[in-house]
Design a protein. Sequence first.
Length: 90
Amino acid sequence: MPARYRALVGRTEIWLSLKTTDRRTANARIAVVSDDLERGWGNLAAEANHRPKAEIRLTHQDLHALQRETHVAIRDARIADPRGFGSRGE
């Protein structure tokens, strides 16, 4: 799932059935399902743009992802300059 929609949907994956086990039929149906899904993403994005920002809520997974990004940024800064992080110029 595109990252920009994860917070809106609250998931990292979406599974859709093509309702067939035949490869040829599945290949024929995938284009239609993909177009429907892309149209749905567009509708979701348009709807999200019209919502007040307060209604968009972060999921548990989103909070963990943000926490990880913050941790990595702080860790990398400390590795790059061990003395500069939190020091008083001593």
